[in-house]
Design a protein around this ligand. Structure first.
Ligand code: NAG
Ligand code: NAG
Ligand code: NAG
Ligand code: NAG
Ligand code: NAG
Ligand code: NAG
Ligand code: NAG
Length: 470
């Protein structure tokens, strides 16, 4: 299709989306698209998915040029992330200016609708803070803002998303405050985003918090099935989300920013890798979450408000870090092969529908690499190969409460062998493990899927200035 027609067509689709929903006035619903996976959807497929499903906003983790190209003239709002591997090398303002010119200014002129530039990701998170030793956030935030201003892009806001563990543990939201060890930096951060009109972006993982606090797991859903409540003065919390949100509101108020805008940059429910992580619970979570958002209930401290949110996430990512737990590789509403896992109505009209299938993925042939199960192999060596296969691939479907936890030892070895084989694009040399054999009989069990890889030939740019176009 020629470029003009295709952008006309896209504008038409977008106008349908916006006409079909008075719902969007005020709050918006976006989605995160992470690409830390062996194979990823190509950008044009994602544009198509967002348009078909009526999702108006996307958060990206790398400002890759080929991805930005696909969003020109789409009217889909983008939040991009400047990665730490880029930021670490920025010494002077000119480097930042050049990067913002290349990745934002040029594409803004081409019709990409940028909403946010995120400067790093969760720099004060406890699990990673000591490990990462990333100290430059406020300086880089300042440089990013100055660069955007120098290109006259005042509507694109610069901020940095934070995980809920920047907050202290509380029993009531009114006790909310920021952690002592980061408070000084957080105050400087808040001063900068307040001065420049940017929101506080928070990442909320209800499955993590509900277990960390030892609450009833039903409290994480919005359907009033839980008897558990938290009473705080005149306010009653029947739901984990409002509890966390108001804890943040209290922390911001104590810091002097009681009215600061809050955007939920990530929220979702994983389908594997943890107790209660399942497709049924993910469907239940999202259904009740979207009903809650469209009712515009707000929270006890901020009643009757729209809350902007980005769901986590579009697809599973089989190579993403698992610092909080194995479930982090299973946030996807879509499977890696483009099939939606469960029902969700992104337009917030509570229809009983599955999202559209991602068009354009090609599954590799139905071949699996499995362990032959013969007993005459040296068990120590089999274990070694199994550990190697899992270490190089992804065995997060094992572990308490996960879908492949119940497999026998022989089946687990097969699973590990197969994951390595699939994640290497069915390279036969990767099936050269003790007792390994290639089969066309699907070894999956009713609960545990032995996946087949897809072909997309998409290389993911790490966000460095050195990586250009592919
Ligand atoms: C960051 O700050 C910590 C604590 O002040 C310090 O120990 C560390 O060396 C700093 N890291 C870098 C890369 O400057
Ligand atoms: C960044 O820091 C410089 C130097 O301190 C200051 O002049 C400028 O106003 C700051 N910009 C922002 C957006 O805070
Ligand atoms: C909150 O509680 C959890 C679990 O008990 C603990 O690991 C964490 O360090 C606590 N956080 C703070 C800021 O005290
Ligand atoms: C935050 O920004 C608002 C609007 O510019 C301003 O009125 C307020 O004083 C600022 N708050 C602080 C604590 O600086
Ligand atoms: C849950 O209960 C609260 C308080 O009783 C009520 O305001 C709210 O509408 C209920 N929500 C649902 C989804 O039934
Ligand atoms: C709770 O509500 C009562 C009655 O409306 C009011 O007098 C009181 O000040 C409120 N308490 C708090 C902590 O807001
Ligand atoms: C299995 O292999 C290990 C490591 O090579 C070796 O030490 C062990 O003796 C072997 N066991 C048997 C029963 O052959």
């Amino acid at each position: 299709m020629n470029k003009k027609i295709s952008s006309l067509w896209i504008s038409f689709l977008m106008s349908l989306i916006f006409l079909s929903g008075d719902i969007h006035v005020g709050a918006y619903l976006g989605i995160n698209w992470g690409r830390t996976a062996t194979q990823t959807f190509v950008p044009s497929m994602v544009v198509d998915l967002l348009l078909q499903n009526g999702i108006p906003e996307l958060r990206l983790f790398q400002p890759s040029l080929n991805v930005l190209d696909a969003f020109a003239d789409t009217n889909i709002g983008l939040a991009i992330t400047l990665q730490e591997n880029f930021l670490r090398n920025v010494v002077e303002q000119k480097q930042m200016d050049d990067y913002i010119h290349e990745r934002v200014k040029v594409y803004s002129d081409k019709g990409v609708k940028f909403r946010y530039v995120y400067v790093g990701n969760e720099p004060f998170t406890k699990a990673l803070y000591m490990k990462k030793q990333f100290n430059g956030t406020i300086r880089y935030l300042n440089m990013t803002r100055d660069a955007l201003d120098s290109f006259n892009l005042p509507d694109i806001k610069a901020t940095t998303p934070h995980f809920t563990d920047v907050l202290i543990n509380v029993t009531k939201p009114s006790q909310g405050d920021f952690r002592e060890d980061i408070k000084e930096k957080m105050l400087k951060f808040l001063d900068c985003i307040n001065r420049t009109g940017a929101p506080f972006v928070v990442h909320i993982f209800p499955i993590y918090t509900v277990y960390r606090y030892g609450f009833d797991v039903d409290f994480a859903f919005f359907d009033n099935k839980s008897k558990f409540k938290i009473i705080d003065g005149n306010n009653t919390y029947t739901n984990l989300f409002t509890f966390i949100y108001d804890t943040l509101v209290s922390a911001l108020a104590k810091a002097g920013y009681g009215d600061m805008e809050i955007v939920v940059g990530q929220i979702g429910w994983p389908t594997d890798g943890y107790v209660s992580a399942s497709e049924a619970n993910a469907e239940r979570f999202h259904r009740s979450l979207l009903q809650y958002i469209s009712r515009k209930d707000g929270t006890p401290l901020r009643p009757n408000r729209d809350i902007d949110m980005y769901l986590l996430g579009l697809t599973d990512e089989n190579k993403v870090a698992t610092d909080y737990g194995p479930y982090q590789r299973h946030w996807g509403i879509y499977k890696h092969d483009g099939l939606p896992k469960y029902k969700i109505d992104f337009t917030m009209q509570d229809r009983d529908v599955k999202p559209t299938i991602a068009k354009g993925t090609v599954r590799m042939p139905n071949r699996w690499c499995v362990f032959d199960g013969k007993t005459d192999h040296n068990e120590t060596l089999v274990l070694q190969d199994y550990d190697y296969a899992c270490g190089e691939s992804d065995c997060t479907a094992f572990g308490t409460g996960a879908t492949c936890d119940h497999l026998s030892f022989i089946e687990k070895v097969s699973y590990g062998y197969n994951m390595l084989y699939q994640m290497s694009n069915q390279d036969q040399r990767k099936c050269n493990l003790l007792g390994a054999t290639i089969t066309t009989n699907n070894p999956s069990t009713p609960d545990c899927d032995f996946p087949i890889e897809i072909l997309t030939a998409e290389v993911v740019d790490g966000g460095s200035t050195l990586t250009k176009r592919y």
